[in-house]
Design a protein around this ligand. Structure first.
Ligand SMILES: [Zn+2]
Length: 267
């Protein structure tokens, strides 16, 4: 989410149908899966939902879908947004469901600090002390609120962070980082990397046709990697975006050769 953004931007692909996905989309999605299964025999997938911390209709809808399909979901929680009362209000989704939902840390305030170039909360412009302080206080805050529900994985806002941040994560005992596929530098030994390949909701293509083509290409890339990471932004979802997500969950559930995991299964 952009800092202070008021306008919810919905990707063009979710304005391209009303209630039913076009057969060309579902056919292409199935062909993508079949090709990956032909090549590898089995496929591992994970879903990562970002910008978690505030209860909303879309959040409830998202969680209900993953419960309905009993599908694991990694949830990237913004420490500054999460409070004890918000966590208690989400109680139906933790506790007994801890094996389905993998809660982990997403930035500290989800704030951009860079002056030039791409947005980053944990970028090169910040001092070691500031980076270290935000990582520590974020982790302490979430540990105090969420206790054993917290998994030691870090998703940097906007999927990117400085090399220094990677070293600090390792020093502080984080076990893995989740960024965009192809991010450099590679994470240091001892800090695993769980990249995301597929961007379901923050796509920028103007034309839906181009958006679908690129999205399917992302699935192909991901399904040829160790685990295909699929990114969710629930605040950017409309009714059609929920239709496509439910289609994916039902589709994956129908394949014995597709295993949906969460970060704690990969550590
Ligand atoms: Zn985010």
């Amino acid at each position: 989410m952009d800092q202070g953004a008021k306008i919810v931007l919905i990707s063009s692909i979710y304005h391209s149908y009303d209630h039913y996905l076009a057969p060309e989309i579902t056919d292409a999605m199935q062909q993508t899966i079949e090709a990956a299964l032909d090549a590898h025999g089995a496929v591992t997938v994970f879903f990562r939902a970002d910008d978690i911390g505030v209860l909303s209709k879309n959040y409830q809808h998202l969680m209900a879908l993953f419960l309905k399909y009993q599908t694991p979901l990694c949830l990237a929680v913004v420490p500054a947004w999460m409070t004890q009362s918000r966590w208690e209000a989400m109680a139906e989704f933790h506790g007994k469901k801890e094996t389905l939902f993998c809660w982990h840390m997403h930035g500290y305030r989800h704030m951009n600090h860079e002056i030039k170039g791409k947005k980053q909360e944990f970028g090169a412009i910040r001092s070691t002390r500031a980076l270290s302080s935000d990582l520590s206080r974020g982790h302490e805050r979430l540990t105090a609120i969420m206790g054993k529900n917290l998994t030691p994985v870090f998703t940097p806002p906007w999927n990117r962070c400085s090399p220094e941040t990677l070293m600090l994560l390792k020093e502080k005992g984080f076990k893995a980082v989740s960024r965009s596929q192809g991010s450099l530098p590679l994470s240091p030994p001892g800090l695993r990397d769980f990249p995301v390949h597929v961007d379901l909701h923050t796509r920028k293509e103007q034309r839906a046709k181009e958006g679908w083509q690129t999205l399917l290409a992302e699935f192909t890339t991901g399904m040829n990697d160790d685990a295909c990471g699929i990114m969710i932004h629930h605040m950017r979802m409309n009714h059609q975006a929920f239709i496509f997500l439910e289609y994916l969950l039902a589709l994956f559930a129908g394949y014995k050769q597709i295993t949906v995991v969460a970060f704690n299964d990969l550590l």
